[in-house]
Design a protein around this ligand. Structure first.
Ligand code: NDP
Ligand code: OXD
Length: 321
């Protein structure tokens, strides 16, 4: 009997999401079965038992009556869970070393950039101006990480190793050596009050949507050595209220922000965020998903599943992550 096919629901968009590249990788990892792409191939939907998806269309997955597992090709599953016709089968997300290390690179780079006053130094260079400012050590700066899951904890360790005072906030309390833990809505005010650089690595759920707003920014520490709070969001754009970010930068509630994710992606060409001098922008590539690493990860999960072993990194649909 032939093995269940894997359907790729990838619609392209950027280089990294070119459907052909993913198909080639999956075919070499899963040579024992059919690998089909919804944008390139004609096939019988009843043969499909597995789907590998990135931002599938609403109702798209409901077309496969024999579907057994959905593999989301990224860590965040908000786009999949928003489908009202989502089949009731296990949903697995990406959690692997490659993606995690990339996110830590991004977080460390932007934390250091704000801490080391790199925007100020760039401006000095433009003016050919030799004007060093007081540079505090990392240990004088309090970093707070919203979301102490796989990505948050990895970044926390790297920042701690650089000397920053690191704390994390999550739904449930954590015991992580050298990192202060705050949990739940009751723990949020004290966490914010001790934070100079706020890093958001939360999933987008009904509970977290719009969290990064004026009410939260106003609670960040104002007595730190950086002269005012900094926010870095690489979680999801739906976590942030962009009009509040701009207004808070303009009235001094925030000093600077780094944004990798946006309420609407790609970010509109006429968004004021592009040209604001205190905003650093990256195009949702803080932690790219590498087809080589992820195809191998999905193939090994399919083999485990067919051998009766449990799926790893399955999402809890009720929790939303
Ligand atoms: P995890 O599921 O491992 O961690 C999520 C963390 O968020 C957990 O610590 C969880 O708490 C916490 N959390 C969830 N809901 C709440 C809440 N209501 N209140 C407080 N804490 C909450 O996810 P990852 O670390 O792997 O990824 C996090 C997110 O990063 C992804 O969902 C995705 O949106 C984003 N991402 C962005 C990328 C990019 O390139 N910009 C790349 C990859 C991911 P608890 O531990 O108690 O459950
Ligand atoms: C992810 C992402 O969730 O790329 O992996 O944002």
């Amino acid at each position: 009997m032939s093995k269940g096919a894997l359907a790729l629901l990838i619609h392209g968009g950027t280089d990294n999401w070119a459907p052909e590249r993913w198909k080639t990788r999956f075919k070499s990892e899963l040579s024992d079965r059919a690998v089909v792409s919804v944008v390139e191939d004609r096939f019988d939907p009843r043969t499909v038992q597995y789907a590998a998806v990135w931002k599938p269309g609403a109702g798209e997955l409901a077309a496969f009556p024999e579907l057994k597992v959905i593999f989301n090709l990224g860590a965040g599953v908000d786009a999949v869970l928003s489908d009202p016709k989502l089949p009731r089968v296990p949903l697995v997300r990406v959690s692997d070393e490659d993606l995690t290390s990339r996110m830590t690179e991004y977080v460390v780079m932007h934390t250091l950039m704000h801490h080391r006053q790199q925007s100020y130094l760039d401006a000095c260079q433009q003016r050919r101006e030799w004007a060093p400012r007081m540079q505090w050590p990392a240990k004088a700066v309090r970093v707070g990480i919203l979301g102490m899951g796989v990505l948050g904890q990895h970044a926390a360790h790297a920042l701690r190793a650089l000397g920053f005072q690191v704390a994390g906030w999550s739904r449930t309390a954590k015991m992580v050596d050298g990192i202060d833990s705050y949990a739940g809505p009751d723990g949020l005010p004290a966490f914010l009050a001790r934070t100079d650089i706020l890093i958001c690595l939360l999933p987008l759920t009904p509970q977290t949507r719009g969290l990064l707003s004026r009410g939260l920014f106003a609670q960040l520490a104002r007595d730190g050595v950086l002269g005012g709070p900094v926010v870095i969001n690489a979680g999801r754009g739906g976590l942030q209220v962009e009009t509040d970010i701009l207004a808070c930068l303009n009235d001094g509630t925030l000093t600077a922000v780094t944004l990798d994710v946006f309420e609407r992606e790609p970010l509109d060409a006429d968004s004021r965020l592009w040209r604001h001098p205190a905003v650093k922008i990256s195009p949702h590539n803080a932690a790219d998903t590498d087809p080589d690493a992820i195809a191998a990860y999905v193939a090994s999960q399919i083999r485990d599943f067919e051998a009766g072993r449990p799926l790893r990194n399955a999402v809890d649909p009720d929790r939303g992550y």
